[in-house]
Design a protein around this ligand. Structure first.
Ligand code: PRP
Ligand code: MN
Ligand code: MG
Length: 179
């Protein structure tokens, strides 16, 4: 698995240090608000687990799984809910946790849904951001690292469902996905 990685972009230590900072910032922002923290499966599950351990205030968690209808439809922003939330978001301060924002379509769709369900507020934290790839106007409220437009895997991010369990983020060797 490690042989498939061309270059490590951010190490496990760098990622964990950044998550500590993000957690402290978010804890200050949401103190006394009992936020509903929503993990977007699958990619965000590792970041979610590490982040909530650093947000030392009362909060609740829920999980959502979404999928695009394949490449062509993804560009039209059509996203399918595979697993919906268990709880209602009405009058809740919602924080969406993502691993990465690429085009921004997944999140703009989710934000739209949650606002229509009358959440009091909807904010976004993403560990990684690829602003160069954005096709919709969307800026995260909190983010960890900006990434170049390269094929990255690890720390929740997959290629064909693999590599999510790498504790760092790295660039995948071209031969892995072109061959
Ligand atoms: C990836 C990633 C984000 C989304 C970002 O998820 O985890 O959720 O794509 O892309 P966008 O900004 O262009 O919408 P993916 O659809 O691969 O599902 P996964 O999390 O299960 O891997
Ligand atoms: Mn995802
Ligand atoms: Mg994926």
């Amino acid at each position: 698995m490690l042989n498939d990685i061309k270059e490590v972009l951010y190490s496990e230590e760098q990622i964990q240090a950044k998550i500590q900072e993000l957690g402290e910032t978010i804890a200050k922002e949401y103190e006394g608000k009992n936020p509903l923290v929503i993990c977007v499966l699958k990619g965000a599950f590792i970041f979610m687990a590490d982040l909530v351990k650093r947000v030392n205030i009362p909060l609740e968690m829920d999980f959502m799984a979404v999928s695009s209808y394949g490449q062509s439809t993804k560009s039209s922003g059509v996203v399918k809910i595979i697993k919906d939330l268990d709880v209602t978001v009405e009058h809740r301060d919602v924080l969406i946790v993502e691993d990465i924002i690429d085009s921004g379509l997944t999140l703009s769709y989710l934000i739209d849904i949650l606002k229509r369900r009358n959440a009091s507020s909807v904010k976004i934290v993403t560990l990684f951001d690829k602003p160069a790839r954005r096709t919709v106007d969307l800026t995260p409220d909190y983010y960890g690292f900006e990434l170049p437009d390269s094929f990255v895997v690890g720390y929740g991010l997959d290629y064909a469902e693999k590599y999510r369990n790498l504790p760092f983020i790295g660039v995948l060797k071209e031969e892995v996905y072109s061959g």
